[in-house]
Write a protein that binds this ligand. Structure first.
Ligand code: OAD
Length: 223
């Protein structure tokens, strides 16, 4: 069994999603804030946005959906959580092995020497932050136009191929290659169970579509 999670999983924690009503991409343009080009042209502006998101997430906590996934991981020997989220709320709920397709907002990576460090402080203070080598650090997330971390994606593909059931939770399934994992699972014979408040590009392919909040539906699956 595996789960592919998206921003909807954290919505009930008060973390905004990207698309739909109240979504971040309704308010901001991804090309201004979430591309390597945007960072090269204005690292401070990009960092201000990430610093704001880090502060917001630091005040949020995992919701019953995160705890239910952590419980599944604990109970089932072969359960893999694949997440597109960068907020780390899965770990705060107790998940140990989530595959982070889009990186981690709490990791900073030096653009000069490549060194990575965990930094939980919010707000960060001087922006952009600097590495001890003097280089500018960037958020340890995947931006549009960048490849996904190869090892993480390979592990996610394997989990999707081997899963008998894939829970597709709170994702619009609009961003590839992450969304493609549902098709990989389906092609390999998995049953797709979608948990989402709305219909998505995947709904017609799903064997079962559970309409509602993941924080309410997921706990029902583990009782
Ligand atoms: P989206 O914002 O595209 O989609 C969120 C989905 O969650 C929508 O389908 C909503 O209907 C659903 N939803 C909202 N609240 C929910 C709730 N309480 N319970 C269940 N479902 C709920 O987010 P993602 O699909 O995660 O990438 O977006 C994928 C990627 O696009 C993100 O990882 C990010 C973004 O640009 C990068 O930054 C690279």
């Amino acid at each position: 069994m595996a789960a592919l999670a998206g921003a909807g999983l954290s919505a009930e924690s008060g973390v905004p999603t990207f698309r739909g009503a109240g979504g971040l991409w309704r308010q901001y343009r991804p090309e201004d804030l979430a591309t390597p080009e945007a960072f090269a042209s204005d690292p401070r502006l990009v960092w201000e946005w990430y610093d704001w998101r880090r502060s917001l997430i630091s005040k949020a906590g995992p919701n019953p959906g995160h705890f239910a996934l952590a419980e599944l991981e604990k109970r089932k020997q072969s359960f893999t959580l694949i997440t597109q989220n960068v907020d780390g709320l899965e770990e705060r709920a107790g998940c140990k092995d989530a595959l982070r397709l889009h990186g981690d907002i709490w990791t900073l990576r030096c653009t000069a020497c490549g060194r990575e460090r965990k930094e939980l402080k919010t707000p960060l203070g001087e922006l952009p932050p600097h590495c001890s080598c003097g280089g500018i650090e960037r958020p340890g997330v995947v931006w549009f136009g960048e490849p996904l971390p190869a090892r993480v994606f390979a592990a996610a593909e394997k989990a999707a191929r081997e899963a008998e059931v894939l829970l597709v939770v709170g994702t619009s399934a609009a961003v590839y290659p992450a969304a493609g994992l549902a098709w990989v699972a389906k092609a390999a014979g998995a049953k797709l169970i979608e948990i989402n408040m709305e219909e998505t590009a995947l709904s017609l392919e799903a064997d079962c579509a559970l309409r509602g909040k993941s924080g309410e539906i997921l706990p029902l699956l583990v009782t």
